[in-house]
Design a protein. Structure first.
Length: 189
């Protein structure tokens, strides 16, 4: 629909939106493509940090998904990362149509310090939060279950957050994640 570098360029703040956030290498674009059943909706790259603006994807005239710039691993100048951070911060704090935030974390490396900061910040804003532990196909069944249990334990005190395993490669968790999006966007499943 639209890519923006400033809040003033965002579409009208009406309807409902779900934002996708996470580290630069967490698989946000792959998850968006999988959840929407569209291979090239969001551009994927082997180079982290390619998403440099807020990317709005229209589901219909009243509902949107928003791909936020990643944080952490991206090999970009510090000044640019600071600008991305300000844009994301303003978006998450001010956007009235924001129905929830999906935070993606690599299941092999969950809850890095920046992830924890985002969890605390989003829950502090009283925004619904759902965490996708991505790349779950790269863990054994036992490792995946242990990681999920550990993250759930650690996030138990955050209130309105939920967490699940997810894999764009093998489809694990896709239906569960779609159900969360449908609930937040008040759509029939």
């Amino acid at each position: 629909m639209l890519s923006v570098a400033r809040m003033s360029q965002c579409p009208a703040d009406e309807g409902l939106e779900v934002a996708f956030a996470g580290r630069s290498n967490a698989g946000k674009s792959s998850a968006l493509n999988t959840l929407c059943a569209r291979n090239k909706l969001a551009r994927t790259s082997h180079t982290p940090g390619r998403t440099q603006q807020l990317n709005f994807f229209a589901i219909d005239p009243e509902r949107r998904l928003v791909d936020l710039p990643g944080y952490g691993y991206a090999k970009v100048p510090l000044e640019l990362r600071i600008e991305w951070g300000k844009l994301v911060e303003t978006y998450l704090e001010k956007r009235k149509s924001l129905a929830g935030v999906v935070l993606l974390m690599d299941s092999r490396h969950p809850l890095k310090p920046q992830d924890r900061m985002l969890v605390d910040w989003v829950t502090g804003l009283a925004r619904p939060l759902h965490i996708l532990l991505t790349k779950a196909d790269k863990l054994s069944r036992g490792q995946a279950a242990a990681t999920l249990a550990a993250v759930r334990r650690e996030l138990a005190q955050t209130g309105e957050s939920s967490v699940q395993l997810f894999s764009s490669s093998d489809g694990r968790g896709v239906d569960e994640a779609r159900a969360v999006l449908a609930r937040w966007l008040a759509m029939a499943q």
